[in-house]
Design a protein around this ligand. Structure first.
Ligand code: DNO
Length: 400
């Protein structure tokens, strides 16, 4: 079976490991969030977290994320030190038996949404991305220099009309939503800081960012290989440029290019079905099939596209991505790896995001702590149960 994992944010996560126990997950995915981006994850720190996880009856199977600093993405002053630190962190993870590292190469922002609290008719709450709202933020709140260039005239006009239709409270909420550091990202920004972080990329286009990624891989992959640690790049979410910032991990072609820049098992992918699936020209099943031998970690979630570049997160088996089809590819690949021997074939999957259910609200109230958007207990438990069921069904149907 594919390894079932659960993202846990560490001792401050409002959800306890003892609760994760009932979800069917056996592996924990986490990061040392307390260590500033760019600094070293020491063996002692890794071991301490590992012991906590093991004491609760789990294995720590994936580091998500070992974040790549902005200095590295920009290759600006000080990046060499961060690269050396990254190497050490990878070595230390390897020594502690953690063999999979998830990371991303999205400038400034990690995953982005325009609304984190979309009420659905069944009483659950989901997230969505609406291009016109994002453009309204860019043009009317952030007022980014030269932002106009990134929109068509009618696109900019719609964004302004949309903005003026919002109440003050809604405007403030949109701003908070976009500036909020979602889990995975390092920061929550003020508008000023955000402008500065973006303008650091003024001279960096797609080609240059690609160069910086391949430099990074050239440095890190050999170390990963020596340490027995598989690197798994996470695709852009959403998979298109935002705020004039280049995004280079958005399509099948992008992934092919990244894999061929260092052609080894240890340079691989986190297949995030929901991120890739937000684009109608990404066929997630085909992408999974094409790169199956380099998939080291799998985020299973789904999206419903409502217009070009607009989507909301649907229930896991109800969106535009054929999760059953992806599952068939994963099951087949796991069998291939097992037969071949030698390679890691745990193939960790996790339910990436779940709805916020009314019962999750009760839990939040009781604990006086909010769960991170997308990282509810009940919502993700439902998702994982569905994914486990579909895997068993697929295996039966394939006689595996
Ligand atoms: C969102 C996550 C991402 C992911 C990073 C990986 O929920 O999937 O934040 O952890 O992009 O570096």
């Amino acid at each position: 079976m594919l390894e079932k994992t659960w993202r846990w944010f560490g001792p401050f996560d409002p959800i306890a490991l003892s609760e994760v126990k009932q979800t069917g997950a056996t592996g924990i995915v986490t990061a040392l969030h307390q260590i500033p981006v760019g600094e070293i994850w020491t063996e002692a720190d890794i071991m301490e977290r590992k012991r906590t996880i093991e004491a609760a009856g789990f294995a720590w199977t994936v580091a998500e994320s070992l974040p790549v600093s902005e200095l590295i993405k920009l290759r600006s002053e000080g990046y060499q030190r961060h690269i050396e630190n990254y190497k050490l962190s990878v070595r230390n993870l390897g020594k502690c038996g953690i063999d999979t590292v998830c990371y991303n190469f999205m400038p400034v922002l990690d995953w982005s949404r325009t609304d984190l609290e979309v009420p659905m008719t069944d009483g659950s709450v989901t997230t969505k991305f609406q291009s016109v709202a994002f453009a309204a933020f860019d043009l009317c709140i952030l007022k980014r220099r030269n932002a106009e260039r990134d929109y068509t005239r009618s696109g900019a006009e719609s964004a302004r009309t949309f903005y003026s239709s919002l109440h003050e409270k809604e405007k403030a909420r949109l701003q908070r939503t976009i500036l909020l550091g979602l889990p995975g990202s390092a920061n929550s920004f003020s508008l000023e800081e955000f402008r500065a972080a973006i303008s650091a990329y003024d001279r960096i286009d797609e080609a240059e960012l690609r160069d910086n990624l391949s430099y990074f891989l050239g440095q890190i992959v050999p170390v990963a290989e020596e340490s027995g640690v598989a690197l798994a790049i996470h695709p852009d979410d959403p998979p298109w440029p935002l705020l004039g910032l280049p995004r280079i991990v958005s399509t099948k072609e992008d992934l092919r290019r990244i894999l061929s820049s260092a052609d080894t098992f240890f340079n691989g992918i986190t297949l995030c079905a929901g991120s890739l699936g937000a684009r109608s020209d990404n066929n997630v099943v085909d992408i999974a099939k094409s790169f199956a031998s380099r998939l080291h970690f799998i985020h299973l979630r789904n999206v419903k596209r409502t217009a070009d570049r607009d989507f909301f997160e649907s229930h896991h088996l109800e969106g535009d991505v054929d999760i059953g089809g992806v599952m068939q590819v994963l099951v087949r690949e796991q069998r291939r790896r097992a037969e071949r021997g030698g390679l890691n074939h745990r193939m960790p999957i996790r339910p990436d995001h779940g709805r916020l259910m009314p019962a999750d609200r009760i839990l939040e109230k009781e604990r006086g702590k909010s769960v991170y958007p997308g990282y509810s207990l009940i919502g993700r438990m439902k998702a994982l149960a569905e994914l486990r069921g579909i895997e068993i069904g697929v295996r039966r149907a394939m006689n595996f």
